[in-house]
Design a protein around this ligand. Structure first.
Ligand code: PRT
Ligand code: ZN
Length: 304
């Protein structure tokens, strides 16, 4: 039988991710793409790292910043909204910073927004003076109100925030929005963004001073490789020498090309890593500008 949660050791990394919810699957997929694999325990709260000494702790997202602060976990994958909220709460309570954001991970995108009843005319933050705002993000909201010099009442709710104006427990709300469908269904409209959020890799403020430092460096490097290549494609084509500079102008999101074969007589064969979306339209444009035999290849990983 596999182990359950084991005491902290100095030679294994421990990463907290959401057990279930929006960030659970993409977090696992990202870590798998970094070459990690695990043997799952029966209760599935702790996954023992097999390919590398990197274990997973499966928890609620709200617990992740605290687990890092307490040194129980070395890293965590959590929404920036949750990390900033808890960091703000610590600061407001006079506690020192205990974690920081290492990387934006490109999934779980959403915004923390002010939303008001649809029939309101939004004129700006000063309009909020003396009003009640329902939110699950009281620290971020309080900091923002303070920065605006607005005195409003923060009504802290742990869920169902968008119903508060209808129940008259608040005048407006401050909540996460992705598609906006939930707001619309509750006759609310978004009017101002307080925070652009996505899943982030969070870790301690102080670097590790044992074997975990090397493991952490390797993990970050692999993660950078995966993230950089996520939307990248290798583009291969042939072109006459005098057409190349015009073709590269059509590829502002590409690395400088590598020449594969430079036949003195015929067209050049080249390849370039393109970091933007390569649509059919772009390919056709390149073809019109003189690219021949265009090929788009997926890139699995890179240490470039
Ligand atoms: O059980 P656990 O505590 O771990 O999970 P949870 O229910 O607290 O979190 P979960 O899985 O809902 O969200 C985890 C993280 O996903 C959040 O902290 C955000 O960083 C990110 N995320 C991305 C979102 C959304 N998009 C999102 N749309 N989190 C919540 N929502 C909610 C929002 O609160 C609102 O109720 O979805 C509704 C709005 O969605 P739209 O599409 O209608 O605008
Ligand atoms: Zn949660």
């Amino acid at each position: 039988m596999s182990p359950t949660v084991v005491p902290a050791t100095r030679d294994r990394l421990r990463i907290a991710i959401q057990k279930s919810g929006r960030l659970a699957e993409p977090a696992r997929a990202l870590l798998s793409a970094c070459g990690l694999s695990w043997r799952e325990s029966r209760d599935k709260l702790f996954c023992y790292g097999e390919s590398l000494p990197v274990d997973l702790l499966l928890v609620r997202d709200d617990d992740i910043p605290g687990l890092i602060a307490d040194g129980v976990c070395d890293f965590g994958v959590v929404g920036r909204n949750e990390l900033d909220e808890q960091a703000g709460a610590r600061a407001r309570n006079g506690l020192p910073a205990a974690y920081r954001e290492f990387r934006g991970l490109g999934f779980g995108a959403c915004r923390l927004m002010l939303a008001v009843p649809e029939d309101w005319q939004w004129t700006g933050p000063t309009q909020l003076q003396g009003l009640r705002i329902a939110t699950s993000y009281p620290s971020i909201l309080a900091n923002w109100l303070q920065a605006q010099g607005v005195d409003a009442r923060v009504v802290e709710l742990s869920g169902s925030v968008e119903i508060a104006p209808k129940l008259d427990t608040a005048d407006l709300i401050c909540d996460l929005v992705s598609s906006g469908a939930t707001l619309a269904a509750n006759q609310l409209k978004p009017v101002h963004t307080l925070l652009d959020s996505e899943a982030v890799l969070a870790g301690p403020v102080r670097e590790h001073d044992d074997q975990r430092a090397d493991l952490a460096a390797m993990l970050l490097r692999r993660m950078d490789g995966v993230l950089k290549m996520k939307d990248s494609k290798l583009l291969m084509f042939r072109a006459e020498r005098e057409r190349v500079s015009e073709l590269m102008r059509l590829l502002p999101d590409a690395d400088p090309p590598t020449y594969l074969a430079a036949d003195v007589q015929g067209p050049l064969s080249l390849q370039t890593m393109c970091h933007g979306l390569i649509t059919w339209q772009r390919l056709e444009e390149l073809e019109r500008a003189g690219a021949q035999g265009l090929m788009v290849l997926s890139v699995e990983r890179s240490l470039a």
